[in-house]
Design a binder for this molecule. Sequence first.
Ligand SMILES: NC(=O)c1ccc[n+]([C@@H]2O[C@H](COP(=O)([O-])OP(=O)(O)OC[C@H]3O[C@@H](n4cnc5c(N)ncnc54)[C@H](OP(=O)(O)O)[C@@H]3O)[C@@H](O)[C@H]2O)c1
Length: 236
Amino acid sequence: MDFSNKQIVVTGGTGALGSAVTGALLRAGAHCVVPYVDAAEAERFAHRGDPNVKLVAVTDLADETEVAKLFDTVAASTPLWASIHIAGGFAVGKVAETGKRALMAQLDGNLVSCFLCCRAAVNAMIEGKQGGRIVNVAARPGLEWRTGAGMSAYTVAKAGVAALTSALAEEVAKDGILVNAVAPSIMDTPANRAAMPKADFGAWPKVEDVAATILFLASPDNAVTRGAVVPVYGKS
Ligand SMILES: NC(=O)c1ccc[n+]([C@@H]2O[C@H](COP(=O)([O-])OP(=O)(O)OC[C@H]3O[C@@H](n4cnc5c(N)ncnc54)[C@H](OP(=O)(O)O)[C@@H]3O)[C@@H](O)[C@H]2O)c1
């Protein structure tokens, strides 16, 4: 896949999946705009010295002002080709133990951030008049609700990401913007290995393999796929 001279926003781009996506995009010739919240994570980011990465400090992508600040840094000289929305977080918690604060944290981090970045990306792409690609990141419980028992707030937020993907894809297809999502199961990340040391790591999808699916959906090679929420479960 060729992303030469293509400008791409990657939210959550310094995280576990985000680093794999950003690395693959850079190898394919892209220019990446990567927001970060945690300065220490940005310090550790493997691609921070790459001349084709623009790191942008933000406080919270569930905040409209911060999203506007991020998309304002997209170089005006090159239309925004793709926007990949990986930013999000995970929390367990039974409904009986989840208050509004915890619910809103999941909705804000996973759904509101995705919604606001979709809006900003669509506006930039319509202005650029070249169409574009948006890829969101849902999660398996967002597609298979029963698997979200014990993590309902997260499940509701990711189900919202899945529904947003489908509705928005229909809305903007006429503008040449193809919107899709991936829904990973538990991925093989250092954090998951530490949290579940006895699990069968080999069954979990690798972040590089999930990144490969995201790259196809974000690429010009994806000529017709839209409104899909693609399961990326590996052998799990
Ligand atoms: N890991 C899994 O097994 C798994 C499974 C299914 C779905 N997912 C989804 O896949 C995505 C990536 O997961 P991951 O394991 O790579 O997570 P990760 O390493 O924790 O990375 C998450 C990234 O999102 C950013 N972020 C979170 N909330 C944000 C906010 N409100 N504003 C701006 N940035 C925010 C974080 O930024 P800072 O670190 O700078 O704060 C971080 O860069 C998430 O959406 C997650 O829900 C993960």
